[in-house]
Design a protein around this ligand. Structure first.
Ligand code: SPQ
Length: 427
């Protein structure tokens, strides 16, 4: 599939984005391990999250859709999963494979988990090693670092793990495995990553503590079914935030967006660049907050993005690079080596694709320098199979002169079904 985008002006009105991907995955996982029926409203029906639901159905959990935007998970409790009859396939989802592997590590049956070509390239050693320390047997290609992974879990013991990377997937895999270990399992990370797992575990009744960058869970809890309300995904909202800021004559409200502080780095970075961005109607539900975000066309300037800010905006770097390209002055992004092991090497793919629009950009080993004030020129670009690159190119195309064609855009379905329709509504 390809997406044709024309130069656009004046984004005015209201737009909504689908449910948060991270929260939707976690709702399926915890709903499956809880006793009773968990109702998830605003569940993200994207390929990644549907694959997580399919994985738990394969593990014996009954999941139904009473209404289009409501998912019901009929959980059988912590010990209610059963050996799958076939390989579990997470598709393109790093969150899916790493978090589900944490759960499988605590099961006494045999399972095999894999994903698409991009998933089979991404590092799994970061979860396999600590889960093996807890007592699980896990095998994979390249010494256990690459999927497919075969897992024989069972009795686990708790660990206190010092993670070398700030990664919510590593932290969550270990905390989920910790549910099956007697005693306290804790994970300390160099800087705080998104904390949806900790918040949701608390909501389902687990004993969880968070102190600075350490999260601790007490094993063998009784998890009870919950009603989960999923807010809109700030990572999806980021495309319209940037579009509304860089496209002339825009005033756009993005409604019901999750603003968990571990995810709002994009707001902080854009404000540091001079964005006219206001939060309205701020509210909280079950530990997760949401707001309407109003953006108005702004004259942006370059900034420095590094350190603790990076995990709070890691998935937004590609679209932030588009904002930086049209800003006055240079933007320097460092401490973001993690970008090299996402769906694609996002430092390389952002540099290659934005250069096609006429942007001057240098790769750094752990980030990039974007030389601002570029006049964007419509072009033909490639997603490389990465949803965030596809959507960032589409927004760059809206701000560019002439027409832009983005090739290979099926991947957008992994996180943002409906992106193309919203884009078309602005044409
Ligand atoms: O799930 P996946 O494929 O890893 O998705 C991405 C994305 O861009 O949507 C990353 F490629 O988001 C991750 C994010 O980068 C989702 C996530 C989570 O839900 O726990 C955590 C982050 O990854 P990590 O490795 O830093 O923990």
């Amino acid at each position: 599939m390809e997406l044709k985008v024309k130069s656009t002006i004046g984004l005015v009105g209201e737009v909504s984005v689908p449910g948060d991907k991270s929260i939707s995955h976690r709702a399926v996982i915890l709903g499956s391990l809880a006793k009773g029926t968990t109702q998830v409203t605003g569940f993200l029906r994207s390929e990644d999250c549907l694959n997580t639901a399919r994985a738990f159905m394969r593990l014996g959990v009954s999941i139904s859709w009473p209404f289009p935007d409501v998912l019901e998970i009929h959980g059988n409790g912590l010990d209610g999963l059963r050996e799958p009859g076939d390989v579990i396939d997470v598709g393109n989802s790093g969150t899916g494979i790493r978090l589900i592997t944490g759960v499988l590590a605590g099961q006494s049956f045999y399972s095999v988990i894999t994903g698409d070509e991009s998933i089979r390239r991404r590092p799994m050693g970061r979860v396999v090693e600590p889960l093996k320390e807890m007592g699980a047997m896990i095998f994979g290609r390249e010494g256990g670092d690459k999927a497919p992974l075969s897992i024989i879990g069972g009795e686990l013991w708790p660990i206190s793990y010092q993670s070398p990377v700030a990664s919510a997937q590593v932290k969550s895999a270990i905390l989920l495995a910790g549910l099956f270990a007697e005693g306290e399992t804790s994970v300390t990370e160099p800087t705080l990553s998104r904390n949806h797992t900790e918040l949701m575990l608390k909501g389902f009744g687990a004993d969880v503590r968070s102190e600075r960058t350490t999260a601790t869970v007490v094993g063998r809890p009784q998890l009870n079914a919950q009603s989960v309300q999923v807010p809109g995904d700030i990572s999806s909202a980021a495309y319209w935030m940037v579009a509304g800021l860089i496209i002339p004559n825009s005033e756009l409200t993005i409604t019901n967006v999750g603003i968990n502080p571990t995810r709002t780095g994009i707001i902080d970075a854009l404000r540091a660049m001079g964005a006219n961005l206001v939060l309205e109607n701020i509210r909280e539900e079950a530990g997760e907050s949401a707001a309407d975000i109003v953006v108005r066309t702004s004259s942006l300037h370059g900034t420095e993005i590094k350190g603790e800010l990076i995990p709070r905006l890691i998935d937004e770097v590609p679209i932030l690079a588009v904002a930086a390209a049209v800003a006055e002055g240079d933007t320097v992004i460092t401490d973001a080596k993690e970008l090299r092991v996402k769906e694609t090497d996002r430092i390389a793919t952002v540099a290659v694709e934005l250069a096609k629009f006429g942007v001057s950009i240098d790769e750094l080993p752990d980030g990039m320098v974007i030389y601002g004030r570029s006049e964007l020129t419509g072009t033909e670009c490639q997603s490389h199979g990465d949803h965030r690159i596809a959507m960032s190119c589409a927004v760059a195309g809206m701000a560019a002169s002439g027409e832009t064609v983005v090739h290979d855009t099926e991947c957008i379905r992994t996180s943002y079904p409906g992106f193309e329709a919203t884009l078309a509504s602005f044409a």
